[in-house]
Ligand binder design. Structure first.
Ligand code: UD1
Ligand code: UDP
Length: 361
């Protein structure tokens, strides 16, 4: 089986790692990096740490407006897909790289498989929501991480070739957790004490582009009863400076560069609470039993909220401050996102659909 995998942004390298290792050594994988993320700390560090193969192609598309970035990626991906003629194109999550892969492959009539299908925040202002919906509706095989994602697809009329395989990020977290405890020295490097700091990330366009929301978040975080460490996405650094909030942020918070995956898992594991607008980090906090405060008004990872481990606070300064005073760790936790073997389940399904079918022809 020949799989062409499209990645481009930080969380996609981590997700692809899980399936790539399950494809080896039996199947051929052509890894294509669109170049959406290109800084060393947002890209190369993950390939090194996770021991991933160098991408066979790096399209070097870089940053740009949504239309320009997605359009350029689509054109470049189309050429690679024609050249490689894969059995299936594998896409992850909800970024512009995901959507570009879906457009290019579906128009070439190449089979498209989407990992993290069926997630919805029901907030159409988020570019990611548009990317998810369009990608799901262009896909032939839908790998949902939970039962609620399967139900969501069904409500949109998508019932064929939908598989609940669990969350690939649960697999990667299980791989990383003990390694991070053994190998990462990030707490001492950043002068942090286990259980005595809050970890935060902010990078959503809806939060960083709006000066009012960004200021309110910084002020809310600053009221935490513990020091707050914020590994800042370059977009956030840029916006903090553009909105004249850099001085405030760096005086109130410990703003540091983004860190590698093992260091980040260690930071999540050791923190008293996580405040984030990331999608992936909400789940990782849940897997690590670290209470999460989500700096958004909605989430696609609804089970974490229903279970009481995640609280949606938006960009409301007083609500952020208040929720950071009282971390809530419920006594029990459900397990809605699979068995930690999503990568193997995905490869099993693809083998059944592609290899077994070919054998029957
Ligand atoms: C993208 C995804 C988002 C995902 C996030 C993961 C879309 C629409 N957004 O958001 O869903 O959660 O990745 O981190 O696909 N930049 C750099 N260096 C880089 C990459 C970006 O400095 O290596 C800066 C550029 O100024 C760029 C900005 O960050 O304009 C935004 O980058 P972009 O990839 O467009 O979106 P993200 O905010 O990273
Ligand atoms: N992450 C990391 N270093 C950081 C911040 C995040 O390794 O400094 C990892 C994190 O553990 C998670 C993923 O990056 O696996 C989440 O990426 P991000 O928040 O950028 O994207 P989202 O999940 O919101 O799409």
């Amino acid at each position: 089986m020949k799989v062409l995998t499209v990645v481009g942004a930080r969380p996609q390298f981590i997700k692809a790692f899980v399936v790539s290792r399950a494809l080896k050594p039996e199947h051929e994988e052509v890894l294509v990096h669109t170049g959406q993320h290109y800084d060393e700390e947002l890209s190369d560090v993950f390939f090194d740490e996770l021991g991933m193969d160098e991408p066979a192609y790096n399209l070097g598309v870089g940053s740009g407006s949504h239309g320009q970035q997605t359009g350029e990626m689509t054109a470049e991906l189309e050429s690679v897909m024609i050249q490689e003629s894969p059995d299936v194109v594998l896409l992850y999550g909800d970024t512009n790289s995901t959507l570009a892969g879906a457009i290019a492959a579906s128009k070439l009539d190449v089979r498209v498989a989407h990992v993290e299908a069926g997630l919805r925040s029901h907030n159409r202002d988020m570019p990611e929501e548009t990317n998810r919906i369009l990608t799901d509706h262009a896909s032939d095989v839908l790998f949902a991480p939970s039962e609620s994602a399967v139900d969501q697809l069904e409500s949109e009329g998508i019932t064929d070739s939908v598989y609940n395989v669990g969350d690939v990020m649960y697999d990667s977290l299980l791989w990383a957790r003990d390694r991070a405890r053994d190998m990462s020295d990030v707490l001492s490097r950043l002068d942090l004490i286990e259980g005595k700091y809050v970890l935060s990330t902010v990078h959503r366009a809806g939060n960083t582009d709006d000066p009012g929301r960004l200021e309110s978040i910084v002020r809310g975080l600053a009221a935490a009863p513990y020091p707050v460490v914020l590994p800042a996405h370059p977009r956030t650094v840029d916006r903090l400076k553009a909105h004249s909030l850099w001085e405030l942020a760096t005086s109130e918070l410990q703003v540091v560069d983004p860190v590698g995956y093992l260091d980040f898992v260690r930071l999540m594991d050791g923190s008293v609470q996580i405040a984030t607008d990331s999608g992936g980090i909400q789940k990782e906090a849940f897997y690590l039993d670290t209470p999460c405060v989500t700096l958004r008004d909605d989430t696609e990872w609804t089970e974490t909220v229903e279970a009481g481990w995640n609280v949606l606070v938006g960009a409301d300064q007083s609500l952020i401050a208040e929720t950071l005073q009282t971390p809530d760790s419920p006594e029990s936790k459900p397990n809605p996102y699979g068995d930690g073997e999503a990568g193997t389940h995905i490869v099993d399904v693809l083998e059944t659909l592609i290899v077994d079918n070919r054998a029957q022809v």
